[in-house]
Design a protein around this ligand. Structure first.
Ligand code: SF4
Length: 80
């Protein structure tokens, strides 16, 4: 019998790896080098100088749900 599908983010949350990654990410946000623009601004304080005009919290403006053919029948459709 196969194991039930568990999304990777839930595994990270359960193992505390997600908290560790958040801690590791904040210094990069405070001297932003999170993309190839390398603005080196503190996005926790301001967006002035940020090419992306994004502060501490990014906003998702749109997304597209795409239903894909699932070869593995163990993954329920509701995940798509
Ligand atoms: S564009 Fe945004 S994400 Fe990229 S380095 Fe500049 S502030 Fe950081």
């Amino acid at each position: 019998m196969s194991q039930p599908f568990i999304p990777a983010y839930l595994k990270l949350l359960k193992s505390d790896e997600l908290s560790l990654r958040v801690e590791q990410a904040y210094p990069h946000l405070e001297d932003c080098d999170l993309c190839a623009r390398f603005c080196h601004i503190n996005r926790r304080l301001t967006i002035k100088g940020a090419v992306c005009h994004t502060g501490e919290h990014a906003t998702v403006n749109s997304f597209m749900v795409k239903k894909i053919h699932c070869v593995d029948d163990r993954v329920p459709e509701r995940f798509f």
